[in-house]
Write a protein that binds this ligand. Sequence first.
Ligand SMILES: [Zn+2]
Ligand SMILES: [Zn+2]
Length: 354
Amino acid sequence: MYNRISNAELKKKMLEETGLRKTVSFYKYFHIDDPVAYRNKLFVSFNAIKVFGRVYIAHEGINGQISVPESNFDAFKERLYQSAPELDGIRLNVAVDDDGKSFWALRMKVRPKIVADGIDDPNFDPGKTGTYLKAKDYNELAEKPGTIVIDMRNHYEYEVGHFENAIEIPSDTFRDQLPMAVDMFKDKKDENIIMYCTGGIRCEKASAYFLHNGFKNVFHVEGGIIEYTRKAKEQGLPVKFKGKNFVFDERLGERITEDVIAQCHICGKPCDTHTNCKNEGCHLLFIQCEDCARQLEGCCSETCKEEKNLPEDEQKARRAGRNNGIMVFSKSKDHPLRKHRDEWRIERKQEENI
Ligand SMILES: [Zn+2]
Ligand SMILES: [Zn+2]
């Protein structure tokens, strides 16, 4: 029931395929009694029709990002829909400009949660969610006086694009955001509250958590920003999301409107281009304009630029023992590299003044 062939071999096999593939994502919160048994059954069923990708299964539901041979697409839908009554007819998000070649094996994992939330209250049911809003309904409700719009994403996502008047929850993890959001709006339990995120999976859980905490009128954007903008554009509606939708692929963001709402983290001029620091030992995710990218050779600071230009051996020696987790430029935390950047900024200001 597990893949025993090497990754390289699997990738080669996938690339040799002649048929086209569709990339599809889906999720659903519903109770699964025995996630292991469900996983094993679904694995056999999907494997037989050459579905590749990642699927997570937990007591609270299912979340998948997969690719399906076009010729098997109907069979796939049937198999998914029939695997549990709750999944009958669930929305499948089919990626538009995608060649379907991003996966070459099927990985299905049982996890404690499909979205880590830090909630251990046994009475919390993530299946009892708020009301879905389609693009048109969103525009109408968001216009109403008193409606509160909450962005359930991270700061770096909010920074380059968000819905008009949306409020950010200033924390770095979804875990911390949930209790913080409840606390921030505890006096607004009777107001209309709309939540959104990139694809809907986080805000859907957040909407359930708000209801669980006594909020009465909780809504969330169906399919998140991705589906909202697609539908709004298709139907000729005003697009209330401004700027870029941050996505984790090489583009690091998809432009929705021409508005540039963020600033270069180095010089402060309008810019919404995310980049990763070119220093192998840093990789900080931050916003950098073209001028600053040229001067710092794509690095986040002079310190990183120097390190990047050291001989490879020396760079490796410096990196040893350093914590290289994913680093994100963040306002809520005092990032160690921010210091370098601030020092550099002051130095440059001084140079400019000469
Ligand atoms: Zn700049
Ligand atoms: Zn750096």
